[in-house]
Structures are given as structure tokens and as C-alpha cells.
Design a protein around this ligand. Structure first.
Ligand SMILES: N[C@@H](CCC[C@H](N)C(=O)O)C(=O)O
Length: 322
């Protein structure tokens, strides 16, 4: 049985195609395998690929966070699932079923030599607080709003794409580090505002249509990048800083793991965000199916073949950091 280790903006996942198994893993087996493999392989989650439940999409994606919790969406993960299905079925443009919607994906020109790239649709975009869900924050969505319970100097915005995001534009590195860690932990433990936790994104505006975003993810903690987080932050940026935003061109979003491009299609009948970035295969595991059902493997039971794509990606990141 082959499993992939993949990354989008160095947000790392194990990709498990359940259709290749003799017996699909049960939900409990998936949870146990995910919590074990994410610790063992230092990945942020497992992306489960299945047959779509209805006609149209080329496959279905389920996202399991490192702690075993389920998420309605994953932007970086969807690019790697799109790459996997595109290679498997020889198609470059199709839809993928996710819990909230069938989402469009399309192969793009490589970001650099050996760095394949995909565009994915991020939608639906919902601003009502019930969509996150959020409570004890008043009736209106937060939009650059002071929330003294969260910080004495930062402002916050909320949006679901459709997984929940809380966003703040910051200036100090101190906020990008300790404030983000402290608030991210607080709002993802038992708390009276986000009963199901929230993905917390802190962003710096680097220039016209240029952002840096760092995310503390629900179910994970600090990640190298969060695709839905960068998309949600791009949306908040367009609403709060119209003088720095040009809707006719892509926004460049840097993150600790690399860079993506986003573009907002808010005038469409179903508003959506286009997220473009790398979809990199880090390597392939060969493992007995029984180890997946058991929820772990030992060194002798697995063979890992690293892919040259990761080195090509690292060269690309070195180039953009210059
Ligand atoms: N890394 C993802 C988001 C994964 C889900 C998130 N942790 C949640 O629970 O909502 C991305 O790239 O979007």
C-alpha cells in the first residue's frame, strides 16, 4: 500500500487514498492513525481521499487535524489532493467534493522548476457569527473590531471559509510570536467565544497587495502556513484596507513556509477566493495495510522513498527570500 507525504507552502500532510485499500479505515481507525502518524512524521494532518458520494467530482477530500479533530476545509491540503487526483486520472481541471461544497481546482504553470502548482476554490465565504460558530461577541461579525477580552491593543475580524478564522493585522514581531501563541492556545482550549476552537491568523501588510501571514491552527498549533487562513486574511485585508488592495491582480501572501497567491472573486453570484500555490510530493511510504488499521508502524514495516521535489521547493523558497 502506498501513502504520500505531501506539502503545500510546507504545511505537511499524509495523503491516504482509501480507494486503494482492501478495507477502508473506520472513523475511529482514522483518528488513531492520524494522531500517531502526525507525531511520528511531524505532519499537520491526514488528507483522506475517497470516491465522491455523487456524480461530478473526481474524488472526495476529508481533512483530519493532527489532534484527530475533523475540519470542513484545508486550502493547502486541497492543492495536494488536486495534484494527486490530476496525476491519477490524467485531468487538469475538475472539482473535488468537500464537506461543505464541491470545489473547483486547476493545474497551473509550475511556480519554479520542479515546483508544481495548483489553483483551488475557497468557498463558501460566510460572515455571520453562527457560521464559525462564535458566541459572546455581540450580534455582528467582527471587522477590525476592538475586543478587550482578546487583546488590549489589537483589532480582530472573523470569517468562515467555511472553516473558522479570526484575523488581526499587526505591526510588532512580539505579536506574531508570543501574542499569537498565547491567544491561539486560549481560544483553542475550552473558552466562552469559540466553542469549537478557531484558526488564528496574524498578518503584516508588506506593501500594496503584499501580506505576510502566520497562523496558529485549530487542532494543530503553529503551522508553516494555512491556506484557508491566508485566503480569509486576504478577504479581511480587502475589506479593511481598500487603499492597499487592488482587486484586479493577485495578492502575494508570504508565510513561514513559502508563498501563495490569492485573488478575490467577490462580485460573482457565489463569492469565492482563488488560492494558488505549490503542491509538492515529499515522498512515498510503502506499508502493509494492516499497519494502517492498527494505527502505527515500526521502522522495519515501512519503506520511505524521498522525492526530489522537496529539494526543488527549498530552492524556490531560498529564491523568494532573497
Ligand atoms: N491547514 C489548513 C487548515 C486545516 C484545518 C484547520 N486546522 C481547521 O481545523 O479548521 C489550510 O491550509 O487551510
Amino acid at each position: 500500500m502506498e501513502l504520500l507525504k505531501v506539502q503545500g507552502s510546507d504545511n505537511r500532510f499524509i495523503l491516504l487514498d482509501q480507494t486503494l485499500l482492501d478495507h477502508a479505515l473506520t472513523q475511529d481507525e482514522l483518528t488513531a492513525f492520524t494522531t500517531w502518524v502526525c507525531q511520528a512524521e511531524k505532519t499537520d494532518g491526514v488528507l483522506v481521499v475517497d470516491q465522491a458520494s455523487h456524480a461530478g467530482p473526481l474524488g472526495q477530500m476529508t481533512v483530519i487535524n493532527a489532534d484527530g479533530s475533523r475540519a470542513s476545509m484545508c486550502g493547502n491540503g486541497l492543492r495536494t489532493v488536486a495534484r494527486y487526483l490530476a496525476d491519477k486520472y490524467g485531468q487538469d481541471e475538475f472539482t473535488v467534493e468537500t464537506p461543505a461544497a464541491d470545489l473547483r481546482v486547476a493545474r497551473q504553470e509550475n511556480f519554479a522548476i520542479g515546483v508544481p502548482a495548483f489553483a483551488v476554490e475557497i468557498s463558501p465565504i460566510r460572515t455571520d457569527l453562527t457560521a464559525l460558530p462564535a458566541q459572546n461577541l455581540g450580534q455582528r461579525p467582527l471587522l477590525n473590531t476592538v475586543v478587550p477580552e482578546f487583546s488590549d491593543h489589537l483589532r480582530f475580524s472573523t470569517v468562515a471559509v467555511p472553516n473558522p478564522h479570526l484575523i488581526s493585522f499587526v505591526e510588532d514581531d512580539e505579536d506574531l510570536n508570543s501574542t499569537l501563541a498565547e491567544l491561539g492556545q486560549r481560544l483553542n482550549a475550552e473558552n466562552s467565544y469559540f466553542p469549537q476552537g478557531v484558526n488564528l491568523n496574524f498578518a503584516k501588510i508588506l506593501g500594496k497587495n503584499q501580506l505576510f501571514v502566520r497562523t496558529y491552527e485549530r487542532g494543530v498549533g503553529f503551522t508553516n502556513a494555512c491556506g484557508t487562513g491566508m485566503s480569509a486574511t486576504s478577504w479581511a485585508f480587502s475589506q479593511i484596507f481598500p487603499e492597499d488592495y487592488d482587486g484586479n491582480v493577485f495578492i502575494t501572501v508570504f508565510n513561514p513556509g513559502g508563498m501563495v497567491k490569492t485573488r478575490l472573486h467577490l462580485a460573482d453570484s457565489n463569492p469565492w477566493i482563488e488560492l494558488v500555490g505549490n503542491a509538492t510530493i515529499m515522498g512515498i511510504f510503502e506499508v502493509e495495510e494492516s499497519a494502517l488499521h492498527r494505527g502505527s508502524w515500526s521502522d522495519g514495516q515501512v519503506h520511505f522513498e524521498a522525492s526530489p521535489e522537496q529539494a526543488a521547493y527549498q530552492d524556490f523558497v531560498a529564491e523568494i527570500k532573497k
